[in-house]
Design a protein around this ligand. Sequence first.
Ligand code: PSU
Ligand code: MN
Length: 300
Amino acid sequence: MQYLEISPEVKAALAANQPVVALESTIISHGMPYPKNVETALRVEAEVRKYGAIPATIAVINGKMKAGLSHKEIELLGKTGTAVTKVSRRDLPIVLARKMLGATTVATTMIIAEAAGISVFATGGIGGVHRGAGESMDISADLQELARTNVAVVSAGVKSILDLGLTLEYLETHGVPVLGFQTYELPAFYTRKSGFSVDYQVDTAEDIAEIIKIKKATNLKGGMIIANPVPEKYQMDKAIIDLAINKALKEADEQGIQGKEITPFLLSRIEQITGGNSLESNIRLVLNNARLGAEIAGKL
Ligand code: PSU
Ligand code: MN
Protein backbone atom coordinates (compact mmCIF):
# COMPACT_ATOMS: atom_id res chain seq x y z
CA MET A 1 0.00 0.00 0.00
CA GLN A 2 1.46 3.35 -1.04
CA TYR A 3 0.62 5.06 2.25
CA LEU A 4 2.43 2.53 4.43
CA GLU A 5 6.17 2.77 4.97
CA ILE A 6 7.85 0.10 7.04
CA SER A 7 11.47 0.77 8.02
CA PRO A 8 14.04 -1.61 6.52
CA GLU A 9 14.88 -3.06 9.94
CA VAL A 10 11.25 -3.77 10.83
CA LYS A 11 10.54 -5.11 7.36
CA ALA A 12 13.48 -7.51 7.58
CA ALA A 13 12.43 -8.68 11.04
CA LEU A 14 8.86 -9.36 9.88
CA ALA A 15 10.06 -11.19 6.78
CA ALA A 16 12.31 -13.39 8.92
CA ASN A 17 9.47 -14.02 11.38
CA GLN A 18 11.37 -12.32 14.18
CA PRO A 19 9.53 -10.69 17.09
CA VAL A 20 8.43 -7.08 16.56
CA VAL A 21 6.68 -4.79 19.06
CA ALA A 22 4.69 -1.74 17.94
CA LEU A 23 4.95 1.46 20.02
CA GLU A 24 2.73 4.56 19.83
CA SER A 25 3.68 8.21 19.38
CA THR A 26 0.87 10.17 21.09
CA ILE A 27 2.52 9.20 24.35
CA ILE A 28 5.63 11.00 23.02
CA SER A 29 4.00 14.18 21.70
CA HIS A 30 1.04 14.55 24.03
CA GLY A 31 1.71 12.26 26.97
CA MET A 32 4.97 13.55 28.41
CA PRO A 33 6.99 16.79 28.40
CA TYR A 34 10.13 17.36 26.30
CA PRO A 35 12.88 16.15 26.65
CA LYS A 36 11.71 13.32 28.98
CA ASN A 37 9.37 12.14 26.22
CA VAL A 38 12.19 11.59 23.71
CA GLU A 39 14.46 10.07 26.32
CA THR A 40 11.66 7.68 27.35
CA ALA A 41 10.76 6.74 23.77
CA LEU A 42 14.39 5.78 23.14
CA ARG A 43 14.64 3.88 26.42
CA VAL A 44 11.48 1.98 25.58
CA GLU A 45 12.91 1.00 22.20
CA ALA A 46 16.11 -0.15 23.93
CA GLU A 47 14.08 -2.21 26.41
CA VAL A 48 12.24 -3.97 23.56
CA ARG A 49 15.61 -4.81 22.00
CA LYS A 50 17.03 -5.99 25.32
CA TYR A 51 14.26 -8.57 25.52
CA GLY A 52 14.87 -9.84 22.03
CA ALA A 53 12.42 -7.98 19.81
CA ILE A 54 12.60 -5.18 17.25
CA PRO A 55 10.77 -1.96 18.17
CA ALA A 56 8.47 -0.33 15.61
CA THR A 57 7.49 3.12 16.82
CA ILE A 58 4.56 4.31 14.73
CA ALA A 59 3.61 7.81 13.52
CA VAL A 60 2.29 9.63 10.45
CA ILE A 61 5.01 11.58 8.68
CA ASN A 62 4.96 13.32 5.33
CA GLY A 63 1.94 11.50 3.94
CA LYS A 64 3.04 8.05 5.15
CA MET A 65 1.93 5.73 7.94
CA LYS A 66 5.33 4.79 9.30
CA ALA A 67 6.25 1.69 11.26
CA GLY A 68 9.79 2.06 12.57
CA LEU A 69 11.13 5.57 13.15
CA SER A 70 14.62 7.05 13.15
CA HIS A 71 15.92 8.77 16.29
CA LYS A 72 15.62 12.03 14.41
CA GLU A 73 11.92 11.43 13.76
CA ILE A 74 11.34 10.58 17.42
CA GLU A 75 13.15 13.76 18.41
CA LEU A 76 10.95 15.76 16.02
CA LEU A 77 7.75 14.29 17.49
CA GLY A 78 8.91 14.95 21.04
CA LYS A 79 10.21 18.44 20.47
CA THR A 80 7.17 19.58 18.49
CA GLY A 81 5.03 18.22 21.35
CA THR A 82 1.36 19.11 21.42
CA ALA A 83 1.73 21.04 18.14
CA VAL A 84 1.87 17.61 16.47
CA THR A 85 -1.60 16.53 15.37
CA LYS A 86 -3.01 13.79 17.58
CA VAL A 87 -4.23 11.22 15.09
CA SER A 88 -7.04 8.86 15.92
CA ARG A 89 -8.92 6.78 13.32
CA ARG A 90 -11.08 9.64 12.07
CA ASP A 91 -8.06 11.93 11.53
CA LEU A 92 -5.91 9.51 9.56
CA PRO A 93 -6.95 10.15 5.92
CA ILE A 94 -6.83 13.92 6.34
CA VAL A 95 -3.43 13.93 8.02
CA LEU A 96 -2.09 11.68 5.24
CA ALA A 97 -3.61 13.80 2.47
CA ARG A 98 -2.23 17.02 3.91
CA LYS A 99 1.14 15.49 4.80
CA MET A 100 0.80 16.72 8.37
CA LEU A 101 2.99 15.50 11.21
CA GLY A 102 0.86 13.08 13.20
CA ALA A 103 1.22 11.31 16.53
CA THR A 104 -0.76 8.09 16.60
CA THR A 105 -3.09 7.16 19.45
CA VAL A 106 -3.63 3.57 20.53
CA ALA A 107 -6.39 3.28 17.90
CA THR A 108 -4.28 4.48 14.98
CA THR A 109 -1.18 2.64 16.13
CA MET A 110 -3.27 -0.56 16.07
CA ILE A 111 -4.49 0.20 12.53
CA ILE A 112 -0.96 0.76 11.25
CA ALA A 113 0.50 -2.18 13.20
CA GLU A 114 -2.08 -4.52 11.71
CA ALA A 115 -1.45 -3.17 8.22
CA ALA A 116 2.28 -3.79 8.71
CA GLY A 117 1.72 -7.30 10.08
CA ILE A 118 2.66 -6.59 13.71
CA SER A 119 0.49 -8.29 16.31
CA VAL A 120 1.84 -7.01 19.64
CA PHE A 121 1.81 -3.39 20.78
CA ALA A 122 3.07 -2.01 24.09
CA THR A 123 2.06 1.33 25.58
CA GLY A 124 1.25 3.04 28.89
CA GLY A 125 -2.48 3.61 29.10
CA ILE A 126 -5.39 3.20 26.72
CA GLY A 127 -8.28 5.57 26.21
CA GLY A 128 -11.67 4.52 27.56
CA VAL A 129 -15.07 5.67 28.69
CA HIS A 130 -14.68 9.01 30.44
CA ARG A 131 -16.33 9.79 33.73
CA GLY A 132 -19.59 11.54 33.00
CA ALA A 133 -19.83 9.86 29.59
CA GLY A 134 -23.58 9.48 30.16
CA GLU A 135 -23.77 13.23 29.47
CA SER A 136 -20.70 13.93 27.31
CA MET A 137 -20.69 10.65 25.31
CA ASP A 138 -16.89 10.87 25.49
CA ILE A 139 -15.73 7.35 24.71
CA SER A 140 -12.24 6.96 23.23
CA ALA A 141 -12.01 5.59 19.69
CA ASP A 142 -9.40 3.22 21.17
CA LEU A 143 -12.25 1.02 22.41
CA GLN A 144 -13.89 0.70 18.98
CA GLU A 145 -10.48 -0.11 17.54
CA LEU A 146 -9.98 -2.85 20.11
CA ALA A 147 -13.34 -4.17 18.94
CA ARG A 148 -12.27 -4.45 15.30
CA THR A 149 -8.48 -4.61 14.88
CA ASN A 150 -6.55 -7.72 15.81
CA VAL A 151 -3.57 -6.42 17.76
CA ALA A 152 -2.80 -7.34 21.37
CA VAL A 153 -2.19 -4.23 23.48
CA VAL A 154 -0.04 -4.37 26.61
CA SER A 155 -1.00 -1.52 28.94
CA ALA A 156 -0.86 -0.76 32.65
CA GLY A 157 -4.61 -1.01 32.92
CA VAL A 158 -7.04 1.85 32.85
CA LYS A 159 -6.25 5.21 34.38
CA SER A 160 -8.79 6.49 36.86
CA ILE A 161 -9.29 9.73 34.91
CA LEU A 162 -11.68 7.30 33.18
CA ASP A 163 -14.71 5.39 34.41
CA LEU A 164 -13.18 1.93 34.89
CA GLY A 165 -16.47 0.11 35.36
CA LEU A 166 -18.03 1.55 32.20
CA THR A 167 -14.84 0.92 30.23
CA LEU A 168 -14.93 -2.76 31.21
CA GLU A 169 -18.64 -2.99 30.28
CA TYR A 170 -17.95 -1.44 26.89
CA LEU A 171 -15.09 -3.86 26.22
CA GLU A 172 -17.26 -6.80 27.22
CA THR A 173 -20.04 -5.72 24.85
CA HIS A 174 -17.52 -5.55 22.02
CA GLY A 175 -15.92 -8.87 22.79
CA VAL A 176 -12.51 -7.57 23.84
CA PRO A 177 -10.76 -9.88 26.34
CA VAL A 178 -9.06 -8.13 29.27
CA LEU A 179 -6.27 -10.29 30.66
CA GLY A 180 -4.43 -9.49 33.87
CA PHE A 181 -0.74 -10.35 33.85
CA GLN A 182 -0.14 -12.27 37.07
CA THR A 183 -3.16 -10.59 38.64
CA TYR A 184 -6.94 -10.90 38.85
CA GLU A 185 -7.30 -7.24 39.60
CA LEU A 186 -7.46 -4.61 36.90
CA PRO A 187 -4.51 -2.28 37.50
CA ALA A 188 -5.28 1.45 37.46
CA PHE A 189 -2.14 2.69 35.69
CA TYR A 190 -0.37 4.56 38.55
CA THR A 191 -1.52 1.95 41.07
CA ARG A 192 -1.61 -1.83 40.97
CA LYS A 193 -5.12 -2.01 42.34
CA SER A 194 -8.44 -0.60 41.22
CA GLY A 195 -11.13 -2.63 42.95
CA PHE A 196 -12.20 -4.03 39.54
CA SER A 197 -11.46 -7.50 38.21
CA VAL A 198 -10.03 -8.51 34.86
CA ASP A 199 -11.72 -11.29 32.89
CA TYR A 200 -8.86 -13.77 33.20
CA GLN A 201 -5.49 -13.97 34.87
CA VAL A 202 -2.55 -15.03 32.68
CA ASP A 203 0.77 -15.88 34.26
CA THR A 204 3.28 -16.24 31.45
CA ALA A 205 4.13 -14.67 28.10
CA GLU A 206 3.69 -18.14 26.63
CA ASP A 207 0.11 -18.31 27.91
CA ILE A 208 -0.67 -14.98 26.32
CA ALA A 209 0.97 -15.93 23.01
CA GLU A 210 -1.15 -19.07 22.84
CA ILE A 211 -4.35 -17.06 23.35
CA ILE A 212 -3.27 -14.61 20.62
CA LYS A 213 -2.59 -17.50 18.24
CA ILE A 214 -5.94 -19.14 18.93
CA LYS A 215 -7.77 -15.86 18.52
CA LYS A 216 -6.19 -15.47 15.10
CA ALA A 217 -6.80 -19.08 14.09
CA THR A 218 -10.46 -18.86 15.02
CA ASN A 219 -10.77 -15.63 13.05
CA LEU A 220 -12.19 -13.67 15.95
CA LYS A 221 -11.88 -10.05 14.98
CA GLY A 222 -10.67 -7.39 17.38
CA GLY A 223 -7.82 -6.93 19.78
CA MET A 224 -7.21 -7.76 23.38
CA ILE A 225 -5.86 -5.99 26.42
CA ILE A 226 -3.05 -7.37 28.51
CA ALA A 227 -3.13 -5.39 31.73
CA ASN A 228 0.31 -5.34 33.32
CA PRO A 229 0.50 -3.68 36.73
CA VAL A 230 3.13 -0.99 37.39
CA PRO A 231 6.07 -2.52 39.33
CA GLU A 232 5.44 -2.42 43.08
CA LYS A 233 8.19 0.03 43.91
CA TYR A 234 7.09 2.55 41.29
CA GLN A 235 3.40 2.59 42.07
CA MET A 236 1.92 5.75 43.51
CA ASP A 237 0.09 6.34 46.74
CA LYS A 238 -3.59 5.92 45.94
CA ALA A 239 -4.72 8.87 48.07
CA ILE A 240 -2.22 11.23 46.44
CA ILE A 241 -3.03 10.20 42.89
CA ASP A 242 -6.79 10.27 43.49
CA LEU A 243 -6.51 13.80 44.83
CA ALA A 244 -4.47 14.91 41.80
CA ILE A 245 -6.90 13.27 39.36
CA ASN A 246 -9.92 14.87 41.00
CA LYS A 247 -8.27 18.28 40.98
CA ALA A 248 -7.31 17.92 37.30
CA LEU A 249 -10.81 16.75 36.36
CA LYS A 250 -12.35 19.72 38.16
CA GLU A 251 -10.05 22.15 36.34
CA ALA A 252 -10.80 20.56 32.97
CA ASP A 253 -14.49 20.99 33.66
CA GLU A 254 -14.10 24.62 34.77
CA GLN A 255 -11.99 25.46 31.72
CA GLY A 256 -14.35 23.67 29.36
CA ILE A 257 -11.65 21.34 27.99
CA GLN A 258 -13.24 18.82 25.64
CA GLY A 259 -12.71 16.23 22.94
CA LYS A 260 -9.21 15.15 22.01
CA GLU A 261 -7.66 17.81 24.28
CA ILE A 262 -8.99 16.31 27.47
CA THR A 263 -6.64 13.32 27.90
CA PRO A 264 -3.42 15.33 27.27
CA PHE A 265 -4.71 18.12 29.56
CA LEU A 266 -5.39 15.72 32.42
CA LEU A 267 -2.05 13.92 32.03
CA SER A 268 -0.03 17.10 32.15
CA ARG A 269 -2.01 18.60 35.07
CA ILE A 270 -1.68 15.39 37.09
CA GLU A 271 2.04 15.46 36.50
CA GLN A 272 2.30 19.10 37.62
CA ILE A 273 0.14 18.52 40.70
CA THR A 274 2.17 15.49 41.80
CA GLY A 275 5.43 17.37 41.25
CA GLY A 276 6.63 14.97 38.57
CA ASN A 277 6.10 11.82 40.67
CA SER A 278 3.40 10.60 38.31
CA LEU A 279 5.77 11.06 35.36
CA GLU A 280 8.37 8.79 36.92
CA SER A 281 5.77 6.16 37.59
CA ASN A 282 4.45 6.58 34.02
CA ILE A 283 7.93 6.03 32.55
CA ARG A 284 8.56 2.91 34.64
CA LEU A 285 5.29 1.29 33.73
CA VAL A 286 5.85 1.88 30.01
CA LEU A 287 9.28 0.24 30.26
CA ASN A 288 7.69 -2.66 32.10
CA ASN A 289 5.09 -3.04 29.32
CA ALA A 290 7.77 -2.86 26.62
CA ARG A 291 9.51 -5.80 28.24
CA LEU A 292 6.36 -7.92 28.47
CA GLY A 293 5.44 -6.99 24.89
CA ALA A 294 8.85 -8.18 23.70
CA GLU A 295 8.50 -11.43 25.62
CA ILE A 296 5.04 -12.10 24.17
CA ALA A 297 6.21 -11.30 20.63
CA GLY A 298 9.11 -13.71 21.18
CA LYS A 299 6.72 -16.55 22.03
CA LEU A 300 4.49 -15.97 18.99
N1 PSU B 1 -3.51 7.45 28.44
C1 PSU B 1 -2.29 7.62 28.98
N2 PSU B 1 -1.30 8.15 28.22
C2 PSU B 1 -1.50 8.49 26.92
C3 PSU B 1 -2.81 8.30 26.36
C4 PSU B 1 -3.77 7.77 27.15
O1 PSU B 1 -2.08 7.30 30.12
O2 PSU B 1 -0.57 8.98 26.28
C5 PSU B 1 -3.03 8.63 24.91
C6 PSU B 1 -2.97 7.35 24.06
O3 PSU B 1 -2.37 7.66 22.84
C7 PSU B 1 -4.43 7.04 23.84
C8 PSU B 1 -5.03 8.43 23.76
O4 PSU B 1 -4.69 6.29 22.68
O5 PSU B 1 -4.33 9.17 24.74
C9 PSU B 1 -6.50 8.44 24.00
O6 PSU B 1 -7.00 9.69 23.69
P1 PSU B 1 -8.57 9.90 23.56
O7 PSU B 1 -9.11 9.68 24.94
O8 PSU B 1 -8.74 11.30 23.08
O9 PSU B 1 -9.07 8.88 22.58
MN1 MN C 1 -12.51 11.48 23.69
